[in-house]
Structures are given as C-alpha cells and as structure tokens.
Design a protein around this ligand. Structure first.
Ligand code: ADP
Ligand code: MG
Length: 608
C-alpha cells in the first residue's frame, strides 16, 4: 500500500487557518481596522453592505505599502511587526501574527489599493481564494484601502452559519465601538448600506464616550487616573445611578487592545459595593498601560484575552483606584437606577426611610379565556378549561397514590365537586396555595405557578400576535447603545406581539408608549433592558430560542412573588389558569409548580 500522508496545498491550509482568525464579518472588520491603526492612520472609514456579508471596505490614510510589501502582505506569517520571537514580548502594535490578510484573502474576493507618500504610483492587487488575479500600478491617495467582497463565498458551510443581518451588524458595531473608544485621537466613520451610522471626529476619550453613548453621558461619568510603577490606569467610570440592567458599556483596554477579563471586571464592580441596585452593571471605559513584557497577548487567536504576570497586584490597584474615585466624587447610594426619563424624580433616601417594596398588582377578574369570542385561537386550550381542572390534575398524580385513596375515608362531597368555583383553597405562608383534592392535599408554589401561566400566555401572544397593550400614562425614553438598538429593531415584531408599543426617536432612542397588560408595574425601561441583557447572554439566537427567552424573562419578571397575599378569588383563578396550561406541573426552572401530599403519606404520619 502506498503512503497516504500528503501536505495540504497552501490554499487549503489557508482556508482552514482562516477559520481561526475570521469567524464572521466582524472579525474581518476588526483585523482590517487594526491594520489601519497600526499603519498610523488618523482617519479610518468603514463601509459595510449587507452586514459585511456582501462588502467590507476599510479606507485609511496611514503609511501605505510598497509594491513588494503589498504583494507580501497576503502571505501567511508575513508581517512587518515582529522579526523574532522575543519581539512578541515588546509588541506595541495591534497585529503581529501576519495571518489576517492571508486569512481574509483565502475566503473572500479581496482588492487592495495602497500608496506610500514617497511613491508616485500606488499598487492595486486583486486576490480571490488565495489566488492573485492581478497586480498593477494605479493612481491612489496615500494610505490603504482594502475591499473584501462576498466573505466565505467559497466556504458555504461557514456562510450558511452566519446569523441574521441585525446580529452580524451588531457584532460589527461592537468591534467598531471598541476600536473607536481605544483610539479617541483617531477619526472614525462607519457607513452601512450607504448610510452613515457613525461620524466620529478625532477627540478625547470623554467626548468619544459622549459621541457613542449619548448626550447625557458627560454628567454621569467620573474620571479616573492612577500611575504606579507597574501600571497606569486612566479612563472613566459611570456613576452608580447610571448603572444599567445591561452589561453593554463595560470596556477594558490593555495597551489600547480591548480585552475581556472577568477577574478585572470583578475588581471594578466590587469597588461599587453597596452602591448598586441588584442586577445592575456599572459602566466603565478603562485604559491600562503596562510594559508589554508583563503580559501575554498570545493566548487567544482573536486576542480578547490576555495573561498578566502580576494579576493580583493589578486587581488590588484597580479596585482601590475605582473606590477612591467614587469617594472623591462623593457618590452616595441612590435608589433610582433608571435612565433619563426618571432622573428628575431622583431623591436620595431619608435617614430612617425604608425603601418601598415593588408593588405587584394581580387582577382577580382577569381571565384570558373570557374573550374567547374574539380570539378563536384559544379554542384548543378550552379542552382544559376551568371546569375540569381536577380531572386534569388527577391524571398528573401517580396512579399508586390514587389507588391508595380508597384506604382513606375522603369526604365524598369534595370528590364529587369538579368545578373550580367550589374548590376551597387557602394560602400558606403567603407563598403556597393549598387545596383538598381527591388523592390528598394539593400544594402549589404560587410564584412558580404564575410564571408557568404567564410563560405559556406570552408564547401564545408571540405565536398569534395577540398581546394586548396598556398605554403608559407617561411614555418613557429608552436610550440604548447602537448595538442594542439594532437588537431592539430585530426584536421589534416579537416585542409588538407581546404587547409593547415602541417608537423610534432619534438614532439610539426609543419611546416606550405601551407595555403588555400582564405587566403590572411600569418600569418599562428597566424591563426592556432586562430582556436585552437576557437575549445578549444567550449565544444561540434561533427564532425559537429567542421567543422562548423573551417569554420566560417576561414571565419571571411579571409573576407574583412569595409574600404576596392572595384573595380567595385570586387563588381560585390561579388554580384555574394553571390547569389550563399545557404543562401545568413544570416550573420554568425545571422543577415542579406543585406537589401533592397523598392520603397515604398522611396516613403514615398521623394514621392510627
Ligand atoms: P499583522 O497585522 O499581524 O502583521 P496582517 O496580515 O494583518 O498581519 O498584515 C500583514 C502586513 O501587511 C502587516 O504587517 C503590514 O506590514 C501590512 N499591512 C496590512 N494592512 C496594512 C495597512 N492598512 N496599511 C499599511 N500596511 C498594512
Ligand atoms: Mg493585522
């Protein structure tokens, strides 16, 4: 038998390696923009079409390349930035692996145009699937333009794997914003399908933050600056009152490189101890400058993770610095964590004042089945109507216990009364609803049950577009990051189906005019932020998952909580609606909404 090992042709090797560097359009955007920054550009323009799937173009006014370098730049491991291994440890540029252009050229149709100031003519190269199609001299302004068309045109599996345009665009905007924040001294523009998304003149960090996060930002951030032997820290941290339900505006840059670091994030957040409302995240944009020899940026191919040599010391310095800054700015705890709309109502708590618990309204009259005439879709659920809940329930109880029931002298009248109106529930410890049934004692967890009821209801609204809206007396303003703005636009059909009424107002602002009737309180801004945070945290965003996530989050948010005292009618209604559910016994967390203490169990405990 002949030998079977072969060396892969370069084009195949490049395509495989490309997968590591370029996962999606935003990765190509990042690499190309980083190259422009490394080339010393003072103005960088990004153009995308079809969320980068059809076109990504980066235009810079940096130092450009010679004809030879232009051709070499597409070779794997071709880089002007390091010459030997030791150079990695003193790296001051964004790139150094020499893989980006080779990778992009392996999986797209690429055109490069470049000219150095000292050259009269520029160079134009076309390359497609790693194969050079043409190279000539051309007229060009100083700097470099890279055009990337039809990303993954030759890797259908990857192309099909790309997410919807709003999602891919959200990733691109994220990369763009990170680079724009790390380099406020560079002017950046971004156009999407011919329209400007951003036009950011060169400036300082504070103004860049205002450009990206909105007008009110300047008043809500405190400057921070610290210089030690080991590191320098500079940047801005958000006032606690500006903390949001979404994690969006948290940025660490180490030597101008965006990184994600849970440990350092913890250092910052823990400095806010006692100043933040639960489940809110403070904003920050922090630059750490450190001797490149003290870090290893080589741990991750896309370089958003970093290893520090003196992690613990850095943690301590960071935490202390943030703490001091919060102290200097005399920032005291506040109770109002909403954005603009509610800011004017802000009032610090009085000395002996106890914060008011959130009020939850539960309408005992509310019956989703009352409106069946207008909503014929509900008819299937009518099979499980309120009149036969006990029958439904008994099907759910293990047969063993039902058989055992004959041993227990049950009150015949209870057994014979299937109708809900005659059930006689009571509430235990303001968190359980207890009722007698044929086989024993039914104990319902009121919160879990209500979550289940609402969850199924919201899923139905999503499927049938039938959510009802209650108008807000005072419409609320929702100001979002550009990335979250895209997400809201993508989710808009779902949000409307659920009963939200949203109107776009300016580039990153929505006015919330109505919310689903099922939501009793009117913290609409915070509610939508919670929804977005939830969707953002769930990586898999198929339509089904998305809907499911929305319904779950909303249900959890709106459900009654332990401690809520229920009227008799409310308890009856709860039981009624629970047993009209498709899966009445299953709680959203996978546990049970209810249990039964069977006659047998009771007999064991107190039988004679
Ligand atoms: P790396 O950035 O890791 O060196 P790349 O594949 O991104 O690798 O780029 C290869 C080389 O091409 C760079 O080292 C640089 O010399 C040159 N280059 C790439 N983009 C530009 C640009 N926009 N302006 C000038 N030179 C560039
Ligand atoms: Mg590079």
């Amino acid at each position: 038998m002949s030998d079977i090992i072969q060396l892969l042709p370069d084009s195949v090797a490049n395509q495989i390696a490309a997968g590591e560097v370029v996962q999606r359009p935003s990765s190509a955007v990042k690499e190309l923009m980083e190259n422009a920054i490394d080339a010393g550009a003072s103005h960088i323009k990004l153009l995308v079409k079809d969320a980068g799937k059809a076109l990504i173009q980066v235009i810079d006014n940096g130092k450009g390349m010679s004809a030879t370098d232009a051709r070499l730049s597409f070779e794997r491991h071709a880089t002007s930035k390091i010459k030997q291994v030791a150079d990695i440890f003193t790296i001051h540029t964004m790139g150094f692996r020499g893989e980006a252009l080779a990778s992009v050229a392996a999986i797209a149709q690429v055109e490069l145009k470049t000219r150095r100031a000292e050259d009269e003519l520029g160079t134009r190269i076309e390359i497609e699937g790693s194969v050079v199609q043409s190279q000539d001299f051309c007229q060009a302004s100083v700097g470099t333009t890279v055009v990337v068309k039809n990303l993954f045109y030759n890797v259908p599996a990857r192309r099909n794997f790309l997410k919807s345009n709003p999602i891919e665009l959200k990733h691109i905007i994220e990369e763009f914003q990170r680079l724009a924040l790390a380099h406020p001294d560079i002017a950046f523009d971004m156009q999407q399908d011919g329209e400007y998304k951003f036009q950011l003149p060169a400036s300082n960090l504070k103004i860049r933050m205002v450009q990206l996060f909105g007008k009110g930002t300047a008043e809500r951030i405190a400057e921070i600056a610290e210089q030690t032997d080991l590191i320098a820290i500079s940047g801005f941290i958000g006032m606690p009152a500006w903390a949001k339900k979404t994690r969006g505006e948290q940025y660490f840059f180490v030597n101008k490189r965006f990184i994600k670091d849970a440990y350092l994030n913890h250092a910052v957040v823990s400095a806010y101890q006692g100043l933040l409302a639960p489940d809110t995240f403070p904003a920050y944009v922090l630059n750490i400058t450190i001797d490149p020899a003290m870090i290893d940026v080589n741990v991750h191919p896309t370089k958003t993770e970093i290893k520090f040599e003196n992690e613990k010391v850095i943690y301590a310095i960071l935490r202390a610095t943030v703490k001091r800054s919060l102290g200097v700015h005399n920032i005291t705890p506040s109770i109002d964590f909403n954005s603009d709309a509610d800011f004017k109502n802000y009032r610090p708590l009085g000395h002996n004042e106890v914060p008011e618990a959130p009020k939850i309204r539960f309408n005992p009259e509310y019956n989703p089945f009352a409106a069946t005439q207008q909503q014929p879709q509900l008819n299937i659920r009518q099979q499980y109507n309120s009149a036969n809940w006990e029958t439904v329930f008994d099907k759910l109880v293990p047969t063993a216990s039902i058989e055992q029931q004959s041993a227990f002298p049950l009150d015949e009248t209870t057994v014979d009364k299937p109708a809900l109106s005659n059930a006689n529930p009571f509430q235990l410890h303001s968190q359980w609803v207890v009722a007698a049934v044929k086989s024993g004692l039914l104990v319902i967890n009121q919160q879990a049950a209500h979550e289940r009821i609402l969850y199924e209801k919201f899923l139905q609204h999503l499927a049938n577009n039938q959510g009802y809206s209650q108008q807000l007396l005072f419409p609320q303003t929702l100001t979002l990051t550009a990335a979250n703005c895209e997400l809201v636009e993508e989710l808009l059909p779902e949000l409307i189906a659920l009963g939200f009424e949203l109107r776009k107002f300016g580039t990153t602002t929505f006015v919330i005019e109505g919310i689903p009737v099922e939501i009793a309180d009117a913290e609409a801004v915070e509610l939508i932020e919670t929804l977005l945070e939830n969707v953002n945290q769930n990586a898999s965003i198929t339509k089904f998952d998305k809907r499911d996530g929305l319904a779950k989050t909303l249900a959890r948010r709106a459900a009654i909580k332990p401690g809520k005292v229920l009227e008799l009618a409310e308890m009856q209604n709860l039981i009624d609606e629970l047993f009209s559910c498709e899966m009445p016994t299953l709680a959203l967390n996978g546990e049970k909404t209810l249990t039964i203490i069977t006659a047998t169990e009771l007999l064991k405990k107190i039988g004679k």
